[in-house]
Ligand binder design. Structure first.
Ligand code: SF4
Ligand code: SF4
Length: 178
């Protein structure tokens, strides 16, 4: 019998059926306005086992892994982990987001985070714009972001132990039944 997404998440991340749709996760998400489906709706569909619906949403690619939703959840549901797992499933099934720029952003973001465990937003914005061949896209947002301390000139320091952690992860992935 096919394992439903609900059963998979129940094993991996805790019980998504505990979700009572309070939407605190969505209200805490800093980029929910960019999403085509809000985080609490993703969790709802996942809990119903509607795998194909949820794998085709752009939200799973836009999610920035910031954990703001997970810390707000009264039921300790690992929403960020679920987003990542769904993204992994989408990759395995060859499902890409409908807008190519969303996938481009995901690649630029993920590659940057892999360098030090933290995002360097200024670099991400620059590289993303170059890949899209729109060097001045959103450039007017930069001064406001600097003023709000959301954009820094210097890259952040590498997370302590990050290299070792990545090394272990890669070793684990190389083992067929890890
Ligand atoms: S915060 Fe938790 S319980 Fe509330 S909607 Fe989000 S996942 Fe469900
Ligand atoms: S981890 Fe993703 S879904 Fe959760 S608050 Fe951050 S961007 Fe939003």
């Amino acid at each position: 019998m096919e394992t439903t997404l609900l059963e998979t998440e129940t094993r991996t991340f805790g019980n998504t059926s505990l979700c009572y749709q309070c939407a605190k996760c969505s209200s805490g998400c800093p980029i929910s306005e960019e999403m085509d489906m809000l985080p609490h709706q993703v969790i709802h569909l996942a809990s119903l086992g509607l795998e194909q619906r949820v794998l085709s949403t752009e939200t799973i690619w836009i999610c920035a892994n910031c954990y703001a939703c997970a810390v707000k959840c009264p039921n300790d549901i690992d929403i960020t982990g679920i987003m990542n797992d769904l993204k992994q499933k989408a990759i395995e099934q060859g499902i890409a987001p409908s807008r190519p720029e969303v996938y481009q952003f995901h690649k630029v973001f993920a590659n940057d985070v892999l360098k030090r465990g933290k995002a360097y937003e200024l670099w991400i914005m620059g590289e993303y714009n170059l890949r899209l061949r729109k060097p001045f896209k959103n450039v007017l947002l930069a001064p406001r972001m600097f003023l709000k301390n959301k954009l820094k000139l210097k890259p952040p320091r590498q997370v302590r132990g990050f290299r070792g952690w990545i090394h272990k992860l890669l070793l684990r992935k190389q083992r067929p039944h890890a």
